[in-house]
Design a protein around this ligand. Structure first.
Ligand SMILES: C=C(O[C@@H]1C=C(C(=O)O)C=C[C@H]1O)C(=O)O
Length: 141
């Protein structure tokens, strides 16, 4: 659907991943050139990365932040049980769908891979609802 396919990998950002056979090319390692651009707190523009180790350090740092945000989210999910009077009202499929749909639309808007947004938010909902049901059950013995 896009003419920007190829080296930039633009098609990987589509909502459905293309099915292509794996390349049998022998590529030099590393190949391509660093493509993560970000500005540090002091405003200098930095480009990453020069090694797989450097990439993994950045991924670990982001994962730590994601966990902190997921912890905050779980606290609000827990709080939601206070506004539910029946166990059957804990899971709201229409709202779950909205949350995933919104994530997909936002992903497209900010230019991130839609597949990652969808899978991540489906996993968040698929784990948040049982968590909230567990909290509900615990507080309504
Ligand atoms: C938090 C709620 O309860 C459930 C959990 C949701 C979530 O984790 O976003 C969304 C809908 C419900 O299935 C809610 O009703 O908003």
């Amino acid at each position: 659907s896009s003419s920007l396919t190829g080296a930039s990998g633009a098609s990987c950002y589509a909502s459905t991943l293309p099915s292509v056979p794996p390349s049998t090319d022998d590529r030099p390692v590393p190949w391509g050139s660093p493509s993560v651009h970000f500005s540090a707190l002091n405003g200098t523009l930095t480009t990453c990365c020069d090694s797989l180790d450097e990439i993994r350090i950045a991924l670990d740092d982001i994962d730590e932040k994601l966990l902190d945000l997921l912890n905050q989210r779980a606290a609000y999910v827990r709080e939601a049980t206070r506004f539910k009077s029946t166990r059957s009202s804990v899971n709201v499929p229409s709202r779950n769908d909205e949350v995933v749909q919104e994530a997909e639309e936002q992903a497209e808007h900010i230019g991130m891979p839609v597949t990652i947004a969808r899978a991540t938010f489906e996993a968040i909902l698929n784990s948040s609802v049982p968590f909230e049901q567990c909290i509900f059950d615990t507080s309504h013995p």
